[in-house]
Design a protein around this ligand. Sequence first.
Ligand code: SMG
Ligand code: MG
Length: 372
Amino acid sequence: MTRVRSVELRLISLPLVRPFRTSFGEMLDKVCILARAETDQAHGWGECVADVEPTYSEEWNDGAWSVIRDFLAPALFAARDTDASELASAFAFVRGHPMAKATLENAVLDAELRARGGSLAEHLGGVRERVACGVSVGIASSTEALLDHVAGYVDEGYQRIKLKIEPGNDVERVRAVREANPDILLSVDANAAYRLADVETFRALDAFELLMIEQPLHHEDLWEHSLLQKEIRTDLCLDESIRSAADARAAIELGACRIVNVKQGRVGGVLEARRVHDVAKELGAPVWCGGMLETGIGRATNLALAALPNFRLPGDTSATNRYFAEDLTESLVLAPDGTLPVPAGPGIGVEPDPDRLAAATLRVERLVPDRP
Ligand code: SMG
Ligand code: MG
């Protein structure tokens, strides 16, 4: 049983090494909430995957901060002696807000595991010590720039290249990358920028032997994804549409996708992410670990998850130097074979450097129970 004595919320900002442009916007800095849960035995970290604006999903940093401070942390304190596995039900009175819930649940679970001395990967049922890594390449200013970015990542050893696409920057760019790299595992991610009427674009993409097309259509439209999947050969993968294990079951059963991108932060934490993994495994659909440009804290969490058996495709779990000049934690370095190690230490197995954390901090608030 765990009694959480305090939760410290911290907003941090780290410059990205290269702007990251998607169909919905451009990011220059990683700005996110970190939660540090303190128990009598240990402390634990959770990183929120929300961004400054509600563009990837409905959640955003200031909203998540207020949901955690005003609703979730009071529910956590009211539960008194609890367990990370009970938090989903303690938080169920708050509808939605999976990113905010994940932040707190992951922090409490990390504290519990640190107190027991077990790693997160072991707790979740991980079966591998290293995970295969891919990289997500933002929309570039030109095809030449894109080819240059891709060549750099291929040289570093990434096992799969994912290109962000949007209407107008799609078929010709993918063709150029495929022609320059006939043998790589290649995928695209549209972040919901297309409509079913764009089916010809997807038929054209069928020519490039893509590993998958990620989230082409509206995030709330499983039905239209199922219609599109019938029209094309390439496997569809859903990201934004999958917010729970129930969503994953519905999407796979409906034929809306054949592959699932699992982001623990998007589905309410690593425990629900494991249930997404389990449902997909039962239905015969491979999953892979998505990323939200996390700092070392969130990426260590993702690497633990990616150690589960049905994570059968390279994830968006890239090395520190793909994101930051200096991470909050010790750098994660890509091996020449394109893998990263699953952290083996207690909990998520990493700890932020206090000086770098202080330098990156924009705001801190300490939450405590009304009564001790
Ligand atoms: O963490 O390497 C990463 C980024 C992977 O492309 C990535 N994430 O839709 O899958 C996705 C995007 C969402 C990030 S937008 C900030
Ligand atoms: Mg995506």
